[in-house]
Design a protein around this ligand. Structure first.
Ligand SMILES: [Zn+2]
Length: 372
């Protein structure tokens, strides 16, 4: 009869209540008993409705120790990155790893190559001076905010400088990049492909020194909008790419490299899909120009939903984005879309998946400025 919609329930608490329910049949009496024990009843039971309790046994996400305590943060990250026990990042050895945590939190030593390491070595967190607990806070905020979180907000919330916050966000985006390039779709599956344009065309200005007039701004070329091509597996993942121009060749390269040929391709009437579309099991198109948006199974509504969230995030949260950084922002939106609530991935699970992605990736301040 009772359901516990509060996902933040710790398992022990659930077990205790399940046990109590065996002895106390009436939910009213159970509530009184729980209140007596110090729990706070937020919603009293009413016939078939549910109630949940918040007390000493329940813990909200941000109260978990790894968000505050450095030792707990290391232990948590180790459990995510090393699910089968510590691995030496220098020689991949798993045996004879010595615990040097008394010297420094998280420090280990490999018995084979005799080198010291922590769980941060060989990941995007390597050589970062930011405490690990702040990394957990930043990663949680990024993973749980549907449209992203600005560097300014991170800077104020975490108490780090704006430059650090910006760099942390970029490192976390790097961690969100997919590890596998398993093709999308398969037999009987629908993959939607669409393109979008971000930003307004901008005029580039150049400064030129003119005698007696000083520095004068002159009009440069008109810069194009950023062009993005996205693939969405209906009811599944998303993967986005930036392209120099939207044409058949660019689209074919993306589609052939990322979509299983046995899938059904769903696109709009764009001419650049026609050539590649023949290679797939089926190619269905809807004609947006004649206001046709859905015809049976043929539609691109999933991908329009993805673009809607992406654009709201880019305009409302990030506002400015240099084109060279765009692929990393796309990875962030792809990751959150691919690991969304509708697919059964909660905020905590999404955070753990993002942190699992830190392995084997590095991003330094210098390399951040190179095109991703
Ligand atoms: Zn080693």
């Amino acid at each position: 009869m009772q359901r516990f919609p509060c996902t933040r329930f710790v398992p022990v608490c659930k077990q205790i209540i399940n046990l109590l329910e065996k002895f106390i049949e009436s939910p009213y009496v159970l509530c009184v008993f729980l209140e007596f024990c110090g729990a706070i009843i937020l919603d009293k039971p009413n016939g078939e409705s549910y109630y949940f309790v918040q007390g000493e046994h329940t813990m909200d996400i941000l109260s978990q120790p790894h968000f505050h305590n450095e030792k707990a943060a290391f232990a948590k990250l180790e459990s995510i990155v090393w699910p089968d026990g510590p691995v030496c990042p220098h020689c991949s050895n798993r045996e004879r790893i010595y615990d040097l945590q008394k010297t420094r939190i998280g420090l280990r030593k490999c018995g084979k190559c005799r080198k010291q390491f922590t769980v941060r070595v060989g990941t995007v967190f390597e050589s970062s001076h930011v405490p690990l607990r702040k990394w957990f806070q930043a990663a949680f905020l990024m993973c749980s905010s549907k449209k992203g979180i600005s560097s300014n907000q991170l800077h104020r919330t975490l108490g780090v400088t704006l430059k650090t916050a910006w760099f942390m966000a970029h490192r976390l985006r790097e961690a969100m990049k997919p590890d596998s390039d398993i093709p999308f779709g398969g037999e009987g599956m629908n993959v939607e492909v669409d393109e979008t344009y971000l930003g307004a065309p901008k005029r580039q200005y150049k400064s030129r020194f003119v005698n007696e007039r000083g520095w004068v701004q002159t009009k440069g070329p008109l810069l194009d909008k950023a062009k993005i091509v996205t693939l969405v597996e209906r009811g599944g993942r998303a993967r986005s790419f930036t392209v120099d121009s939207v044409n058949t060749k660019a689209l074919n390269d993306i589609m052939f490299g990322n979509i299983d040929r046995k899938s059904t391709l769903q696109t709009d009437e764009g001419t650049w899909y026609k050539d590649g579309g023949r290679e797939f099991a089926k190619h269905e198109t809807v004609k947006h120009s004649t206001e046709e948006y859905v015809r049976g199974d043929a539609h691109t509504n999933s991908i329009e939903g993805y673009f809607s969230i992406f654009k709201r995030g880019m305009k409302g949260i990030y506002q400015h984005c240099k084109e060279r950084h765009l692929p990393r922002y796309l990875s962030e939106f792809d990751f959150r879309y691919s690991e969304r609530e509708a697919l059964g991935v909660g905020d905590v699970e999404r955070l753990e998946k993002a942190l699992y992605g830190i392995r084997g990736k590095r991003l330094t301040y210098q390399t951040t400025y190179r095109p991703a």
